[in-house]
Design a binder for this molecule. Structure first.
Ligand SMILES: Nc1ncnc2c1ncn2[C@@H]1O[C@H](COP(=O)(O)OP(=O)(O)OP(=O)(O)O)[C@@H](O)[C@H]1O
Ligand SMILES: [Mg+2]
Length: 244
């Protein structure tokens, strides 16, 4: 796995790239992924747009990267579910964003994805509406995320630098949970218990489960009780057991 999980090592890692981009601290809240951060910084510095697509399982920090990119000047954020061809074109014509950030691009309709083909290849955007045609050229970097690439046009995929995030291993999961929950003032032993219970007993690899449980629990016993209760009421548990 490419993710570098040592938090202290992260602070010491030198990324030889544009200082101003680093100074933004765009991705400081993301643990690990130093190599991915470096690739983003290289893309920001590139003379010509280099588009990046993050593909990965739930809760693997894809949206965190998009939120980081939103801190860049002249960036425009949209959700694949909400973007419409005309809405996005209007925005591109009017605001000429330097960075177009599309979270969950897999939900974008094929029609809307086609707008991106020309934008990403040549920067040209064109529209014919009410017998009138307008076109222009913009210099726009596209950063996007998706859980899977099945619903994406092949030529669109080929315009991206595609990075597949892998599922965390337990050590990564534990490190991230402890670090993240620690930032919220949750003690290390409780965070440790939460991550261990979630991974081993709930068999979940979703860090969001740790956050939910940690917010409910005050002690390690609370953690164990909450996990037992959730297991009793999970999808596969026997309903007759619940009534006891
Ligand atoms: N490497 C990480 N560093 C810091 N927090 C992380 C990391 N990985 C996961 N998290 C935690 O998991 C939560 C979910 O992350 P995020 O929303 O970026 O996931 P995602 O990959 O976009 O998932 P989805 O596919 O479900 O949209 C974050 O709010 C954060 O609390
Ligand atoms: Mg997301």
């Amino acid at each position: 796995m490419s993710i570098e999980m040592d938090v202290t090592a992260k602070r010491n890692t030198k990324v030889t790239t544009n200082k101003s981009a680093l100074q933004y601290g765009l991705f400081d809240n993301i643990i690990g992924y130093d190599d991915i951060k470096k690739l983003f910084f290289l893309s920001f510095e590139s003379q010509r747009p280099i588009h990046i697509l993050l593909v990965g399982p739930p809760a693997s920090a894809k949206t965190l990267f998009m939120l980081g990119c939103m801190k860049l000047e002249r960036s425009y954020f949209t959700l694949g579910t909400h973007s419409t061809k005309s809405g996005m074109l209007d925005y591109l014509f009017e605001k000429r964003p330097r960075y177009l950030i599309i979270d969950e691009i897999e939900h974008m309709s094929i029609r809307d994805q086609t707008v991106l083909l020309s934008l990403m290849e040549t920067g040209i955007i064109a529209e014919t509406k009410h017998m009138k045609t307008r076109n222009t050229q913009v210099k726009t970097w596209v950063f996007a995320t998706t859980n899977e690439t099945n619903h994406m046009l092949t030529p669109l995929l080929s315009r991206f630098l595609v990075l597949h995030f892998k599922q965390y291993k337990f050590e990564n999961f534990l490190d991230i949970s402890i670090h993240m929950l620690g930032q919220e003032g949750i003690a290390k032993d409780i965070a440790n218990e939460v991550a261990t219970q979630v991974w081993h007993n709930m068999r979940s690899k979703d860090i969001r489960d740790c956050i939910k449980i940690a917010h409910l629990a005050k002690t390690k016993d609370d953690v164990i009780w909450i996990v037992e209760t959730l297991l009793r009421y999970n999808k596969t548990s026997n309903t007759s057991e619940k009534k006891q």
